[in-house]
Structure formats: structure tokens, C-alpha cells
Design a protein around this ligand. Sequence first.
Ligand code: EPZ
Length: 415
Amino acid sequence: MNGGRALNGDIPISGAKNCALKLMCAALLTDQSLHLENSPNSLRDMRSQTELLEYLGCRVETQGDLMALNAGDLQTYTAPYDIVRKMRGSILVLGPLLARFGEAKVSLPGGCAIGTRPVDMHIKALEEMGAQITLDEGYINARAPQGGLQGAKILFPKVSVGATENLMMAATLANGTTLLANAAREPEIVDLGECLIKMGAKIEGLGSDTIRIEGVNSLSGARHSVVPDRIETGTYMVAAAMTGGTLRLKNARIKHLSAAVGHLSQTGVDIEEDGSDIIVNRDSAVPLKAIDIMTEPHPGFPTDLQAQFMAMLTIAEGAGMVTETIFENRFMHVPELARMGANITVQGNSAIVRGVPRLKGAEVMATDLRASVALVLAGLVAEGETTVNRIYHLERGYERIVDKLAACSADIRKA
Ligand code: EPZ
């Protein structure tokens, strides 16, 4: 890609990957069909999850952004290493399998580029619901007690999106009431919970840090539209801010982005809501102002937008501090941004970013999904040509990103 062009135009926002992946697992809770709309089916992660569910014996059919799943006739309760290692989101089959069939064998997902990312809280909480769990040869072997999982009061020691989701799903079919305290509050959890409610689950407290689930005997099929992807939305907001253009982000939810919008406004960017669209505009004559950000669980600033905001700070006026509190190794974009001329000093889990007048195009390497997109954003404003290698990371989480950017005048192509 060649940098320097302002982006102007409309960008349709896809359904949220980090919700759709979990909704697919919810299909395991019933023998009836679950129909998803606005599903980002073309993403690589969605295809990995499909591969896993099909391996289990779940039928998965897609057409455009529709997906129909039916787990009426499963063949196995084992999620093998070869599929799980591709994507951590596959750990979310554990709760549903255990709740509905009383047993599950799921490969431990292992480390990933952004940190060790253990699943100890998922396991401990399921044990509190009566499950017998052993770890053997890299697998989690789980068995529910006779008569099924038991409702329990679970206090998560740390806020975890995945553990909250796994336990919420498991608790829908448990005996009695489960209370999840210090639960995650992300919009993706609320969306998953709303879908489960349509399937017949009894859930209260979604969006708060205490979720109460009263177990039912069985769940039914449902039809559900996946919530718009707030991280994709935030990424394109930063694209408008960095390039100095006007983007209309179509079918987005501004209320899911309040921390990011607040910070972006402080840099001097105009953000407006127009029905279900968000319009982001920056006057290219006015430089962006540096800001400090610190990642936190929702409703704080999302870790999944940290790399993109750091890319923006590399060209802002002044110095900004970026502090990552969720993952221990999520600064891998720093050396790559430095190859493009960025001035960043990392100290522990903080990075000081001193804005430079201009980045320079370079050959860079993507290391994880959000780091890759940060390099694309940097390439959109860098002088000369930037080549981002290993773009399969991008394809895990951004539908048709090259087309969406090119339609707004970016000089970008897939090699
Ligand atoms: C989800 O990961 C997202 N992934 C991540 O998005 C996102 O960055 C993260 O939530 C935080 O918002 C999906 O939804 C598929 P956590 P998850 O459990 O659920 C620690 C992206 O780029 N922890 O909330 O795995 C963990 O190590 C991805 O789209 C334990 O210690 O994250 C981390 O420090 C990357 N033990 C913290 O909790 C556990 O058992 C929060 O992780 C579980 C988590």
C-alpha cells in the first residue's frame, strides 16, 4: 500500500467476530437449529470454529451473512488439538458440551502471541459446579456429576470474557441457580446472553458484573442477529482520524465504544451518531493531539484497540502513554512501527509514544490480529510503500478489509 491519501466514504461494519464465535458454541446447547444473521462468515476464525463444530458432528450451513447450526446429532465430545490450537475461541465448546452431554474433552489451547493466556478460571469455575476435571496429555477431561452440573456461586478472581461466557452457557442447563460475580460486561457477553434468552435460558444481570442464571431442562432453537463489531468500528474510526478524512461507519453501535470515542474526541476528531451510523471526521489541516490510554475490562478502554490507537499516536503532536493491563505481551507491533520511523519507548507494560511528523513506508510483519491492523493503519499514512507480511492474521478478524479501505480511496491491494 502507498500512504498519504485521506479516506472518505462509507464502510459497512460486520457482525462481531468475538460474539459470533461464542454464538456458534451456544448451538451445542440444543438439538434444534440456531440461525444467525449478520454473521461474519468469511473470517478465518469463523471457518476454524466451523471446522471444530463439524468435527463434533454439528451441521453448519452458511449463505452470505447467514449461518444455520444444528447440533441434533453429535458424533463426539472431543475437541482435538489440531483444531483448537488455531484459535483460542474454541475453548468455548467446553461449557456447552459438559452442560448438555455431561462430558467433554477439549485440548488446552496453549500459549499465543499476546501472552500465556491460561484457562484456569474456566476449569475452576466448572469444578465449582460439580464437574470432575483432570488434565491429561494436553487435554481437559471433564465430566459432570450424575444428574448434571449444579448451580453455584462463582466469584471470578479476575474479569475474564471467555470464562464468563463458558460458565454462562454451562449454567443455562444446570440444576438450580448460578451466580457469576466479577463477571465480564463486554457487549459480546450481553449479545450472547440475549441469544441464550431467546433459546429459553433464564438470565438476569447481563451487562453488570453479577449475572444470575436459573438452569432450565432444555433450550430450543432461535434466530439472532450478531451485534456489530465494535473493534472493527473502532479500527476504522482510527483510520479516519489518522488519514484526515470523513468515514461513515454503517450499522455500528456507538454506545459500545464510549471509552474509545471519548479518547478519540480528545485528539481533535469529530464523531457523530446518525441513526445506526457513526460519522468520523478529522480536518487534515489540524494535527492530532497526543493522549494517554490504559486498557481495562469493559466499559474501560479495550485492549483490542490498543495497537490501533498506538499507531495513531505515532503521528500525533506531543507524547502519549499507552498502558496495557490485560495481556502481558501485547506490544509486538512496537518494533514493527519503529521500522516505519515511529518513536516508541517501552517500559514494562507501558509505552511512551512521541509523535513524529511522518512515518515512512517499510516491509513489516504481522504478529497477531490487532497488531497487523495497526501496521495497515500506519501504512495508510506513511510516505511511500508499505508491505505487511503474514496477512492471514488480518483475515482472522477483518472481513474484506482491503476492499473496504480501497472503496474509500486507500491505495491498497492484496499481493
Ligand atoms: C477475549 O479473549 C477476546 N477473544 C480477545 O480478543 C480480547 O482481547 C479479550 O477477550 C479481552 O477483551 C475472544 O473473544 C475470542 P479474557 P479471552 O479471558 O476471553 C486472563 C482479539 O484480538 N485469564 O478476558 O481469552 C488472561 O490471560 C482477541 O480479537 C486467566 O488468567 O480473554 C488475560 O490476562 C485477542 N485465566 C485476562 O484474564 C483464565 O482462565 C483476560 O482474558 C482466563 C483468562
